[in-house]
Structure formats: C-alpha cells, structure tokens
Design a protein around this ligand. Structure first.
Ligand SMILES: *[C@@H]1O[C@H](CO)[C@@H](O)[C@H](O)[C@H]1NC(C)=O
Ligand SMILES: [Ca+2]
Length: 257
C-alpha cells in the first residue's frame, strides 16, 4: 500500500477537515435551529389551543370568536357577527410562509357572507368593516370573499389580496378589485373536509396557493412579484357575517420561516 501513502493521509486529513466543517456547521445550525423552532411555535396555532379554554399562550381573540377543542370559530352562522384571532408577537423574518387550515360552511347553498381575511399588518385586534377587521391598515390582507357585491359575471367565492399603506381603503362595492394585487375564484365553501391555503412571501414575491379539493394538491391562486412588506407586523385571521352568514372556522395556522 506504498502507493497510497500520500492519498490515504490526504484522504484522512480531508475527512477530518470535513468532520470539523460539519462540527462548525452543526454548531451554527444548532444555534439557529432551536431559535427557528421557537419562532415557529410562537407563530403557530395548533391543538390543543388552550389549557383553560380562555387564553392561548401566543394568540389573542376577540368579539364573537370562540375557542372549541377542534377549531376556532371566528363567526357562527348568524347575521352581523365578527371575530378575529391575532398572534401576539411581531414577525421579524424577511421571508415567511403561513399555512391556514379552515372551514367555511353554512346553510346557504350559494348565498353566504361575508368571508374571512388573513392578515399581516401593523395593526392588530382592531375590529372594523373589512371582514371583521379595520380598514386603512398597513400591510397585507388576503380576503376570502363569499359574497359578490360587485357586478362582475363570475361565481364567488373569490380570493383577493391587497397591500395597504394606512390610507388606502378596501372597496366592498368592487369586492376589493380597485386595490387588488392578485385574485382568483375558489369554491371553498361547504366542503366535507378542511381546506388549506398557503400565503408565501419570499424575495418580495407574494403567492397564494390552495388545497380545496382535499387531495393534498396545491393549486396556484396567484403569484405577484415586487411586493414590499416590512418586518415586525402581526399575523391574524378575521371574519364577518352580514345579512347573510356562514360559520368561519380556523383549525390550524402554521408559520414557517
Ligand atoms: C397610499 O396609497 C394611495 C394610493 O396609491 C396614495 O394616494 C397615498 O398617497 C398613499 N399614502 C401614503 C401615506 O403613502
Ligand atoms: Ca364581497
């Protein structure tokens, strides 16, 4: 094995080098991983939601929102209700992804209202006219609109997204069309199973994907580049009913860095 002396010792040193590299990397990622895991847990809403049925460690809820063992009911299927659930901790990661498991259901086969919204905003816990939350918000609203106010010849529900600068208003009369940055139609009501939406914000590109057929397949709703969102905003989900109603239930919120 004379021939091998140099290459063997080289290989040995190289293995030691790789080992040291992996130790350094390991230290590095072990510093990041628990932190990332911690952040993820703080931003996630999973069962059991509450140990006492009244409070959640990282989330607040208000108005008609109600905790059960299996879901958070933002509104029940009654007129003129609103409710919301808001994360308590501002989100400082530049890129993020949020997955929301939900169920929108009620007695009306085609007529229901108003829908719900997923928020990433400066403001939190402020009720108002935009799917149960305040208008003139700073940040992102993704609206799951079950009632068609406008004249367009399409079948609702419709999903739209809007970026607010604190003065822009959501326009109900056009179902948010005026300030929409992306939209799609999606029949997510009255499914036998829970439905899923992923809101992803990576490298200033906002995308919304849905799994509403219960097949574990994601379908793109829209993808829009060049979206500017600051860090330090709050995650929330709100819902409202009007003259028409629906149960708006959220089962799970997963946040991924
Ligand atoms: C917000 O956006 C609207 C519409 O684009 C614009 O007219 C307004 O000046 C903006 N306000 C601020 C505070 O940037
Ligand atoms: Ca509407």
């Amino acid at each position: 094995m004379e021939r091998c002396r140099f290459s063997c010792s080289f290989t040995r040193y190289f293995i030691v080098f790789l080992f040291l590299l992996s130790v350094i990397n390991g230290q590095d990622s072990s510093q990041v991983a628990p932190d990332g895991g911690f952040l993820k847990r703080e931003y996630s809403l999973t069962k059991p939601y509450s140990s006492n049925g009244m409070t959640m460690p990282f989330w607040d809820f208000r108005d008609n929102a109600m905790l059960t063992n299996n879901y958070i009911r933002l509104t029940s299927n009654h007129q003129a209700k609103l409710g919301s659930v808001w994360n308590k901790i501002p989100c400082y990661l530049r890129d993020w992804e949020m997955q929301v498991q939900f169920k929108v259901h009620g007695g009306g086969r085609t007529l229901a209202a108003d829908g719900f919204a997923i928020w990433y905003t400066k403001e939190r816990m402020t009720p108002g006219p935009v799917f149960g939350s305040r208008d003139e918000f700073h940040g992102l609203g993704v609206f799951f609109d079950t009632y068609k106010n406008g004249p367009q010849a399409v079948t609702f529900p419709q999903i739209t997204a809007m970026i607010g600068n604190g003065t822009t208003k959501y326009d109900h009369m056009t179902d948010g069309k005026i300030n929409s940055v992306g939209s799609c139609l999606a029949s997510f009501r009255n499914k036998d199973y829970d439905t899923f939406v992923t809101v992803r914000y990576v490298k200033e590109t906002l995308s919304v994907r849905l799994d509403i057929d219960g097949l574990g397949e994601w379908k793109e709703c829209f993808i829009v580049p060049g979206v500017k969102l600051p860090t330090g905003y709050f995650i929330g989900v709100s819902a409202a009913t009007g003259d028409l109603a629906d149960n708006h239930d959220v089962t799970n919120i997963h946040r991924q860095p």
